[in-house]
Design a protein around this ligand. Structure first.
Ligand SMILES: Cc1cc2nc3c(=O)[nH]c(=O)nc-3n(C[C@H](O)[C@H](O)[C@H](O)COP(=O)(O)O)c2cc1C
Length: 148
């Protein structure tokens, strides 16, 4: 089993979590590759089996710069079938913004609409992302190991 770990990040918080997730999974013998969303396309997604998404939200509920193109492409690809794909989203933001964690919530919905299978509930984090991460990744690790 292999995970692709996608990150959307402006100042490095989500990127750091993606890298932590890779370390946690590879420690367990699960293959994992971190991918900058800048380099992502829906076409590539068709060839993946398991993805984790770490993303922040910027502006007024906008995706971080490196996630913009992929976000728009996914938003406009609802007719594409991703029923082969397992996914989970870890969203970070700040709850005093009107559109709290909107980008993460949107990715979660886009993928669901395209038939992908959510393997863990979306985690919505404020500045507490570091304390929420261990339990969330533990759940993913358990699922990964049960399927090896
Ligand atoms: C100018 C600005 C706009 C932001 N807009 C939002 C927002 O609309 N919704 C939200 O939940 N968080 C928002 N945030 C909070 C960031 O998502 C949060 O700081 C996050 O930890 C940044 O992670 P990153 O370094 O991976 O980009 C904003 C932060 C800044 C500085």
């Amino acid at each position: 089993m292999e995970f692709k770990i996608l990150f959307g990040s402006e100042t490095g918080n989500s990127e750091g979590l993606a890298s932590d997730a890779q370390k946690e999974l590879t420690k367990q013998g699960v293959e994992a590759e971190v991918i900058d969303m800048q380099d992502m396309t829906v076409e590539k997604l068709k060839g993946y089996k398991n993805i984790l998404i770490f993303t922040s939200t910027w502006g007024e509920g906008d995706p971080p710069g490196n996630a913009e193109n992929f976000y728009k492409e996914l938003q406009n690809s609802s007719e594409i079938d991703l029923s082969h794909l397992n996914y989970a989203v870890f969203a970070i933001g700040q709850s005093f913004y009107e559109h709290f964690c909107k980008t993460g919530k949107d990715f979660d919905e886009f993928l669901e609409k395209m038939g992908a299978k959510r393997i863990a509930p979306i985690e919505l984090c404020d500045d507490d992302f570091d304390s929420k991460f261990p339990e969330w990744i533990e759940n993913i690790k358990k699922q990964a190991l049960s399927k090896i």
